[in-house]
Design a protein around this ligand. Structure first.
Ligand SMILES: Cc1cc2nc3c(=O)[nH]c(=O)nc-3n(C[C@H](O)[C@H](O)[C@H](O)COP(=O)(O)O)c2cc1C
Length: 196
């Protein structure tokens, strides 16, 4: 299912096509070359002073890392994310030899958007989740004190909304994607005065 962004001017097709589906094919595969490309895309994201705070734990369906990441998810996310071929735990390294890394979380967000857009380029879908237990993630992977788990990202191939576990999840899947209008997002001169 496609849910392209509704925009006032045309966007790059990758950006227009990206969305966060919950219906994933439980038999869908993510090849090793594609998975490597996703992580390379993340690796080449910009970061404050090139501090490169983003790290990923990579779980492939059936392996122990996947199971441990899955177990940290909130129940609502577990209801659909188990069909993903890959589960990633996105983390921020918050300190380096100079002290606290500035804007570490921002850096992980940039890296993860690179990763998600590369997934679209590979013909895959990716869905980021903040709904997971960060303490459980810390414990599951014995994360060092200076590492902050930030999100789980499900990567896979599209499935059918008919296979989603309940009506509420199916309704979310089928609902239109919405955004604030541009005149509430981009300002000029003073706060709140539309730039367009
Ligand atoms: C940081 C972050 C956390 C999110 N957490 C969840 C989540 O726990 N469960 C979920 O189903 N979707 C989650 N999402 C997906 C958002 O709901 C989704 O990106 C948003 O509704 C916009 O829809 P779109 O990505 O299809 O454009 C999250 C997205 C981000 C960026």
């Amino acid at each position: 299912m496609d849910k392209p962004a509704d925009t006032s001017v045309s966007l790059h097709p990758l950006i227009a096509a990206r969305w966060s589906p919950r219906a994933l094919d439980p038999a869908g595969e993510v090849g090793e070359a594609a998975l490597r490309a996703l992580l390379e895309a993340a690796r080449w994201a910009p970061s404050n002073g090139n501090t490169q705070p983003a790290r990923y734990l990579v779980g492939r369906r059936g392996d122990d890392t996947y199971r441990r990441i899955f177990d940290t998810l909130r129940r609502g996310n577990q209801s659909w994310a188990g069909a993903a071929a890959v589960l990633l735990l996105a983390c921020a390294v918050t300190e380096n030899e100079k002290g606290a890394i500035p804007h570490a979380d921002y850096g992980v967000g940039l890296a993860s958007e690179n990763l998600v857009l590369q997934a679209v380029a590979e013909g895959l879908v990716a869905h980021q989740m903040g709904g997971f237990d960060t303490d459980a993630a810390r414990a599951a992977f014995a994360l060092p004190a200076d590492v902050r788990p930030l999100a789980v990202i499900a990567v896979g191939t599209p499935g059918s909304p008919d296979d989603l576990p309940d009506d509420r999840t199916r309704a979310k899947e089928l609902a239109p994607r919405t955004r604030l209008p541009l005149d509430q997002v981009a300002f000029t001169g003073e706060w709140g005065r539309p730039a367009f």
